[in-house]
Design a binder for this molecule. Sequence first.
Ligand code: TYM
Length: 374
Amino acid sequence: MTKSVILTGLRANNDLTLGNYFGGMLPIIEMAKARSSEYQINMFIPDLHSFTTPINHDELQTQVMNNARLFVAAGLPLDNNEIHLYRQSYISAHSELTWILDCFTGMGEMQRMTQFKDKSNKLSNDAFNATKDEQAESPLVNTAMALESAMHSSERISVGLFNYPVLMAADILLYDALYVPVGDDQTQHLEYTRDIAERMNSKFGSIFTVPLAAPKQHEFFGKGQGLRIMDLQTPSKKMSKSDESGKGVIFLSDDPKLAAKKVMSATTDDLALIAFDRKNQPGITNLLEILSLLRGTPLDDVVAEFEGHTRYGDFKKVVANEVEGFLTNFQANLSEVDDSKVLEKLESSEIAMRASANKTLLRAQRAVGLRPKE
Ligand code: TYM
């Protein structure tokens, strides 16, 4: 009997954050450690997704390897044939299926994606601000600059950023994945994956396995809802690796003492009463959530332990110590990862996964008429 597939990917640009770790990495690694006899585990590095926004391409190879090493440091076993670790661009079926899915995806569907709207707004604002700075130096060329700013922003928003979710759908559908652990920010992309799979299946007959809807995913991974770790300085926004200041972001490579300081200076509120309340006390609520994840204990227990306490400093100290201990341990594991074993695993998984992805691709090619029917 074939096993159900659990699959996820984490992009290789910048260092990964505590949000990436808890949202995408830990759920699959826990499954890989405990349940690989029941499920096939696919963990991959979406390197083609890495330059949907501008990056330094000279660093990509290093970052891809670094990502793979981070997965191993987090506990991904390499000596197990049910666990696969691979690079997206090494399996060309990802790009090929993307094109097919592209042609059945509406522009409007992609335009509605929140992540596209957020990221393209950010790129536009960056281009606008860059032009504004130049204008300040040379006020005579206002009109030309405004035009250039408009051009710049639309050029910087790539078609790749626009159809990023289509490539993500191909990543999932090629392997018939049923379970896809991701943070809350990816829920909309998962929903699109289900939609396109169902659309193709109803038009062409059964090609794809439809991954489970978000609530079922949360149930499977033992969570009440999608996870969204918030920025420590601005707890109304998601902790993100692309944040420029990095003050509210804990990176897995942060000096553990510096990370503890970031926790100590996290924004809270002036209510002076600890409570789990996402709306009115987002900073404290975020810290409670982080503490429960770091300890691996249920959120309710952590809330019960601290609820009603009035000294935020004491509570932050507990979280800061936990973060410091976690990073010290994680970085010690990282320093022991054997690069040659990682590379060996990547290469052997890529052979196996190429064969499995090509089977699904052929099903899709036959369905749309690119290959003769069986
Ligand atoms: P990426 O690389 O932006 O993020 C990797 C994972 O981290 C989760 N995440 C968070 N979770 C909780 N709190 C946060 N603050 C936080 N920030 C990030 C993301 O939800 C994600 O699970 N498109 C994906 C990569 C991808 C993928 C796939 C994932 C490509 N193909 C197929 C699953 C299946 C992405 O950009 O994630």
